[in-house]
Structures are given as structure tokens and as C-alpha cells.
Design a protein around this ligand. Structure first.
Ligand SMILES: CC(C)(COP(=O)(O)OP(=O)(O)OC[C@H]1O[C@@H](n2cnc3c(N)ncnc32)[C@H](O)[C@@H]1OP(=O)(O)O)[C@@H](O)C(=O)NCCC(=O)NCCSC(=O)C[C@@H](O)CCCCCCCCCCCCC(=O)O
Ligand code: NAD
Length: 712
């Protein structure tokens, strides 16, 4: 809908009204076009201001309509409306408060002037939805800003703050006051003035030297960053059109590219991620507690225990969210080093104090423990925290996989104990797994979810099991990668397949980055390797299952990855980041295969992908079956925001649906038949039941999962 009113005798104010973000739904488009026509035909109207109702200017096209072509095609098209706005013979001023994004900014670009509030932001984020600015934005923005600045905005999709937008020439004026009032005054001053050169569709693109070379390079750069996503490349093509074609021809090119993108699986996956990210905030528990009815305790002070890799990042994340934080570390050198590192990251003190004494946590509303992954050490700390901390304080652990309930049992307040599983680096990574044990209260979950939002995290409520959701699913993925090495693959081959799929790095590069010793310690704790394993046990079998000792052998050689300068790859020095192939590893693998009578065979990228990804997906179905995650959407949010699963592939469960559940099942059956000693390849019963019930769409899986006991 759009409100239409006349102010100051001659200014038509058209206000877009569609809360919460004033998206351009069919009804809004209808209202907008009628209003523009009314303003054009009313002789009393001499100028026009377009604004957003109740704050935000406009969040763009209505993304909810995108899945449905008949919705998209009902009501007037944005391109047509924006042409009418630009062609109006009366000055049109966009009054931008809050944000003008996507179609919202494209509307503003069709206006003759753009007024912004000093706290507003603007951008063309379509690329992150697998699209391009498809209502003239790819053609008008380069004409206004020049190709370089426009290409940067369109390919990255970044939001630009008002101050920068003013410098770029994207906004004409800023105001700290009432944007609509200021725009109305400005519109009146522009009445009767010529508009021709204010119409971006009339302007040529500012010239650019070596245009072909520029776009070749832009394409190479975009391809390098896109990790297989089509939209960034289409964005470059569209901007090239703006630089080389007349406006109308450029608009035709934009339309063609948009039609291809809009109907692609990648756009569908990216859109799914958009809603999945937001849907995670709507948590529920089997006791009936819900995000919208459960009151959260306010948290304003926190203590972080252990200032290693994770503790430092967690301290920064909490301080940036406005909490006052006391950071506790027993090792003096670690405390000094952490203090310097945290101050550097916060660019100053930032409300953080430091202590070597656990008593310092006494006044905190929340404690986050981030000491070594050692149950005995953690149990001791939770025992102490239970008596040191004030009643009502929440006690959280950042463990990657240990039992939350066991830690809760060490305290006199098990209902206030939970897991807050941050990902490294904790102040950067978007994901937070909020882990509740069987005794964690809904109020505790509510407080943690609210805190996650304050920290800008995608917080996902999950249940308690070894590895929770993310790390539990990672285990079979890693395991298959090891098995593939035994069977003849190289780390380079496995990583190349996964990187081509869209992961920022393959499994072996990731393992080098996070440190091979971490998994080694976990396997020792689990009794899979180390002194507890007797010499008479076969090396490649544990508890009746296939086991690969490759990771253990690497650690015994002191190859921990980047930190030691050697792992699955070779690095110039400890701590260096550039991975090079290591001839030593090739001989090591050859000797290993020979020792164990394994014949290396040719393995192709398809097998790598299917073995690693299907095993991970299969565990995802088990997670759903066990009630550890509330929905496939939550699993996908975890993988996209915590594990680098490419957004344009939607997440593992979405990917399974897109590939076809029957095909995934068939693949797992085939590989399980070939490797019967690898139970992670045995299709789980939920997957079988979903296929048997006709592979329903992902939003209907819950009907098949129903009846299972939820751990949440
Ligand atoms: C705007 C935000 C920054 C606000 O953030 P905030 O944190 O305040 O709030 P939330 O993110 O939690 O959002 C609140 C609420 O609103 C929902 N929502 C947000 N934005 C939209 C939207 N644009 N549409 C619908 N709903 C929206 C959100 O989901 C929340 O609700 P929920 O119930 O889920 O909790 C932030 O929200 C944000 O960043 N939004 C997205 C901004 C964006 O990406 N905008 C671009 C949209 S795409 C676009 O504009 C495209 C245009 O360029 C052109 C379109 C032209 C179409 C032409 C089609 C031609 C192809 C035809 C195909 C033919 C097929 C055939 O022929 O077969
Ligand atoms: N590193 C990762 O990528 C990652 C990711 C997610 C979760 N985690 C989990 O986070 C936790 C911490 O991991 P990390 O990598 O930061 O470990 P780390 O070894 O880098 O740091 C642990 C810190 O805890 C300190 N410490 C030990 N006992 C203490 C005590 N009693 N009181 C105060 N400080 C004490 C140590 O001195 C050390 O500085 C572990 O449970 C780990 O599983 C790690």
C-alpha cells in the first residue's frame, strides 16, 4: 500500500506502507503506481516526495513473492513504476530514513534527488539472494557513481552508511532532523527547474579507460570470490552492459540475466538461507516454552573463564554487545597476552577488566567457561562457580562436544547451566549454538538466545549430545575424507573437490588451520588412540568399525598443521598460512597403504563429494531423528553460518532435498555396500521414511519426523 497526501500546498508525499521493512509487495507496487499517476495528473502538485511509512524507506522487493511466479507477475512491475517515476515532469525527491535496500534503492535512483538521514544506510544486496539489482539498479547506479564504485557495491552487496553515500554522490543531501520535512522543503525549492540531467536513464556512464581489460579483471576477481555462485558474475556482466550499451539495451540485458538468476536453484537456496537465518530466532521446547512467550532475564555483566583462543574472542564479542566483562585466566603470561590481544581487537579497554581469581566472577549475570577441552578441569570449575556466583547467574560452557548435563550436575543450579558454543574466531563467526541439557530452563534458553541476538549472532537452540549438531555431523565427513586418503586420494584432490563445491577451504586445509592435535586429544579421551589401546588391537578397526589412524600418526610425527608448519600440507614456517603440497606426505601415504595391504585406486571428485557430503547429511537426518535439532532449517543455518557451507547451496539438508532424497539414499546404499564397516554410510531410517513417503518438500519433513522424542 502507499499513502498519498498533499503538503505545503504543492508537494505530493507518497509514503510506502508495508511493515516491518516496507517491502515492495504487489499491493505496494499497485499503490505506488496509482500515487505517481495521481501526482502527475494533479495540476496543484508541483513536486513529489517518496518516503517510507514509520521509519525505514524500503527493504526492496518482497522476497516472499519470489518463490511464486504468479505473485511476481501480479501488480505492476517495478521497472515500469520506476520508469514512470523517472519520467515525471515534476521533481521527485526520495526521503531516505533507516534503509533503502535493493528495489528500495532502485526506487530512490529513479527519483531525481535523494535526501538521506545521517543514520540511514543504502545498498544493493541482491547478490546475497543469488540475484542482481533487477529493476534498473545495475544500469542507473553506474551512471551515477561511475563503474568502479557501482561495481563494488553491486558485487559485494554491502550496505553503505549515509556519510559514505554522500561522498560517493549517491545521496545529494543529509539531514539529522526530520527527513521528510527536509525533503519537502527541498522539493519545493526544485519546483519548475529542469530535470533532464537528473534522470539517470538519460545519462551516459562516466567514461572508463581500458574498459575491456577492466571487466576481464573484474570477472576474474569475482569468479575467485564467488566459489561457484552465479550471481556475482551476472552482476559484472550487467554493469558491463551499463558501461557499454545505451540505457534501454542495458535494461534488456539486466532483464535477461535476472530471469535466468531468479529461476535458478542458487537463488532458491540463497532465499532459503535468508529466511532460515531469521527463523532460527523462533525457538521452541517440548515443554511448550517459546521464543514469544518466555521471558528472558536481562544480562548486563559477564565473566569469561580461560583466555586462550576462544576466551579472547568471546570477551570481545560480549564487550562489543555492551556488556561489562571480567576476564579470568590462571596463567600469568596468558593473562598479559590476552589483555593485549583483547585491547587490540576492541581498540581500547572497552569495559573489560582482568583477574587471575575465579572469585572475580561473583557478580556476573552470566559466566562463559572456555578452558581446555578436559572434562575433569571443567567439572572442577563448574563446582567452584556454583558456590562463587550469585544466585540467578547463568553458567555456560563453550565446550565443543562434552556433556552439558554432566557439568550441570556439578552445580546446585542445573536449570541455569547451558552450552554457548561459539565458533573460532568467536568475535567474527556469526554462529552460536545454544545448547540446552535436559534440565536447562526455558528462561535460560531465552536469555541466551536474546544475548546471541545482541551480539549479532545467528543463534540456534540445539539439544545435548556429543558434538551437539555441527561437530556431530562433521565427524562422519572427516572420517570419509580420511578413508578416501587410505583408498588412494590425496589431500589436494579431496580439498579441490570440496572447494569447487563452494567451501572456503577443503577438509584437510581446515584441519591444518584448526590444528590436528585437537581431534587427537578428543580421540585419546574417547579411548580410540593413545596408551589405552593395546598393541594386539588391529590398527584400522575400533569397536567393530573401520577406523583410520592417519590423523593420529600425523600427530605422532609432530605434524599439527599450520601451528607447526607441517600438517596435511607444508607451510613456509610455523604459523604461515599458504599451503603447499608436501612430497613427504605422498611417500607417507604410499608406505601406509603398502603396510596395510591397501591398493590405491583412482578416485574422482564425484566420489569425494558424495562420500563426504552424504555421510554428513545422513548424520543430519539422525540429528533430526534424535530431536537434537528442531528442524532441517536449523541444521542448515548451523552449517551455513558456522562451517562455511556455501549459501548458494542452502545448507546440507536443503542440498539433499535439491539433489533428491532418493538419490542421496541410493548413493548411501551404494557406498555402504562397498564399505559395510563404515556405519556412517548406512542410510538412517528417517531418510528411508522420507523417501518412502514420496520425498516431501523440506518444510514438510517435520510431519514425518513427528513422534520422535525431542531433546530440546
Ligand atoms: C531490511 C533489513 C536490513 C532489516 O533488518 P532487521 O534486522 O531490522 O529485520 P529482519 O531482517 O529481522 O527482518 C524483519 C522481517 O522482515 C522480513 N523481510 C526483510 N526484508 C524483506 C523483504 N525484502 N521482503 C520480504 N520480507 C522481508 C524478514 O524476513 C523478517 O520477517 P521474518 O518473518 O522472516 O522474521 C533486513 O531485513 C534485510 O537485509 N532485508 C533484505 C534486504 C534485501 O535483500 N533487499 C533486496 C530484495 S531483492 C530486490 O529488491 C530485487 C530487485 O532488485 C528487483 C526485483 C525485480 C523483480 C523482477 C523479476 C523478474 C524475474 C521474473 C522471473 C520470471 C520467471 C519466469 O518467467 O518463469
Ligand atoms: N579452538 C577452537 O576452534 C574452538 C572452537 C569452539 C569451541 N572450543 C572450545 O573452547 C574451549 C577453549 O578452547 P581454546 O581453543 O580457547 O583453548 P586454549 O587452550 O587456547 O585456551 C584455554 C585457556 O584456558 C586457561 N585455563 C585452563 N584452566 C583454567 C582455569 N582453571 N581457570 C582459568 N583459566 C584456565 C588456559 O590457561 C588457556 O589459556 C574448549 O572447550 C574447546 O573445545 C574451541
Amino acid at each position: 500500500m502507499a499513502q498519498y497526501r498533499i503538503v505545503s500546498g504543492s508537494v505530493a508525499v507518497i509514503s510506502i506502507q508495508n511493515p516491518p521493512v516496507n517491502a515492495l509487495s504487489a499491493a505496494v507496487r499497485e499503490g505506488l503506481l496509482l500515487s505517481v499517476r495521481a501526482a502527475a495528473s494533479d495540476p496543484l502538485v508541483r513536486s513529489v516526495v517518496i518516503s517510507g511509512h514509520n521509519g525505514p524507506f524500503c527493504g526492496g522487493a518482497d522476497i516472499k513473492e519470489f518463490g511464486n511466479v504468479s505473485h511476481l507477475e501480479s501488480g505492476p512491475h517495478l521497472v515500469e513504476i520506476f520508469e514512470s517515476v523517472e519520467a515525471l515532469a515534476k521533481p521527485v525527491v526520495a526521503a531516505i530514513e533507516g534503509f533503502a535496500l535493493g528495489g528500495g534503492l532502485e526506487l530512490a535512483l529513479a527519483c531525481h534527488y535523494r535526501f538521506g538521514h545521517s543514520e540511514a544506510r543504502v545498498g544493493l544486496p541482491e547478490v546475497s539472494l543469488g540475484l542482481l539489482p533487477g529493476a534498473g539498479g545495475s544500469q542507473r547506479l553506474p551512471r551515477l557513481l561511475g563503474v568502479r564504485a557501482a561495481l563494488d557495491m553491486i558485487v559485494t552487496g554491502r550496505h553503505v552508511a549515509a556519510g559514505e553515500a554522500l561522498k560517493l554522490g549517491l545521496l545529494d543531501r543529509l539531514t539529522d532532523g526530520n527527513t521528510v520535512d527536509a525533503a519537502v522543503r527541498f522539493a519545493q525549492s526544485a519546483e519548475g527547474k529542469p530535470l533532464d540531467d537528473r534522470r539517470l536513464g538519460n545519462r551516459p556512464c562516466p567514461p572508463l579507460e581500458n574498459i575491456d581489460a577492466f571487466f576481464e579483471e573484474a570477472l576474474i576477481h569475482a569468479r575467485g570470490r564467488a566459489r561457484g555462485a552465479a550471481a556475482p558474475l551476472a552482476c559484472v556482466q550487467a554493469v558491463r552492459g551499463a558501461a557499454t550499451l545505451p540505457f534501454l539495451k542495458g535494461m534488456e540485458l539486466e532483464k535477461r540475466l535476472m530471469e535466468t538468476l531468479m529461476t535458478s536453484g542458487q537463488a532458491q537456496a540463497s532465499r532459503y538461507c535468508f529466511f532460515t537465518e531469521r527463523g532460527a530466532a523462533r525457538w521452541t521446547t517440548p515443554t511448550g516454552a517459546r521464543w514469544d512467550t518466555c521471558r528472558a532475564r536481562p544480562i548486563s555483566t559477564a565473566a569469561v573463564i580461560g583466555l586462550g583462543t576462544m576466551g579472547r574472542g568471546i570477551t570481545v564479542a560480549l564487550a562489543r554487545a555492551g556488556l561489562s566483562v571480567v576476564a579470568v585466566e590462571t596463567q600469568e603470561h596468558q593473562l598479559d597476552e590476552a589483555q593485549r590481544a583483547v585491547s587490540r581487537m576492541l581498540k581500547g579497554g572497552g569495559g573489560v577488566s582482568y583477574s587471575a581469581d575465579l572469585q572475580a566472577a561473583a557478580g556476573a549475570d552470566l559466566v562463559v567457561e572456555a578452558v581446555f577441552e578436559d572434562m575433569a578441569v571443567k567439572e572442577e570449575i563448574f563446582k567452584q562457580l556454583s558456590s562463587v556466583c550469585k544466585p540467578g547467574a547463568l553458567l555456560a560452557t563453550n565446550t565443543s562436544s562434552l556433556d552439558i548435563d554432566r557439568l550441570a550436575s556439578c552445580t546446585l543450579r542445573p536449570e541455569q547451566v547451558l552450552g554457548l558454543h561459539f565458533f573460532a574466531p568467536a568475535h567474527v563467526m556469526r554462529l552460536l549454538e545454544v545448547v540446552s541439557g535436559p534440565r536447562t530452563s526455558p528462561q535460560t534458553v531465552a536469555a541466551a538466545m536474546q544475548l546471541g541476538r545482541r551480539m549479532g549472532k545467528v543463534s540456534v537452540a540445539v539439544g545435548n549430545c556429543p558434538g551437539f549438531v555441527g561437530n556431530r555431523m562433521l565427524k562422519p565427513y572427516l572420517e570419509q575424507a580420511y578413508f578416501l586418503l587410505e583408498e588412494g586420494a590425496s589431500p589436494e584432490l579431496v580439498d579441490a573437490a570440496l572447494e569447487e563445491f563452494g567451501f572456503p577451504m577443503g577438509v584437510f586445509k581446515m584441519s591444518d588451520l584448526s590444528g590436528l592435535d585437537i581431534g587427537w586429544r578428543v580421540r585419546k579421551e574417547e579411548g580410540l588412540t593413545g596408551p589405552g589401546v593395546t598393541a594386539d588391537q588391529p590398527m584400522r578397526t575400533r569397536r567393530g568399525r573401520r577406523y583410520s589412524p592417519l590423523g593420529d600418526l600425523m600427530c605422532e610425527e609432530g605434524r599439527y598443521g599450520q601451528k607447526t608448519g607441517r600438517g596435511w600440507y607444508l607451510y613456509d614456517r610455523p604459523g604461515a598460512r599458504v599451503a603447499r603440497s608436501d612430497p613427504w606426505l605422498r611417500s607417507f601415504l604410499e608406505e601406509y597403504r603398502e603396510r596395510h595391504g591397501l591398493l590405491a585406486r583412482r578416485i574422482d571428485q564425484q566420489e569425494v563429494l558424495e562420500r563426504c557430503l552424504y555421510a554428513l547429511i545422513n548424520e543430519g537426518f539422525r540429528v533430526l531423528e534424535d530431536g537434537v535439532a528442531a528442524s532441517p532449517q536449523n541444521i542448515d543455518a548451523i552449517y551455513v553460518f558456522g562451517y562455511g557451507w556455501p549459501k548458494h547451496r542452502g545448507g546440507p539438508m536443503f542440498y539433499a532435498a535439491q539433489v533428491g532424497l532418493a538419490r542421496v539414499l541410493e548413493g548411501l546404499e551404494k557406498y555402504h555396500k562397498a564399505h559395510p564397516d563404515s556405519p556412517h554410510l548406512q542410510p538412517c531410517s528417517l531418510l528411508r521414511r522420507l523417501v518412502a513417503s514420496g520425498s516431501p518438500p523440506i518444510h514438510k519433513w517435520s510431519e514425518v519426523v513427528k513422534g520422535h522424542r525431542s531433546q530440546l
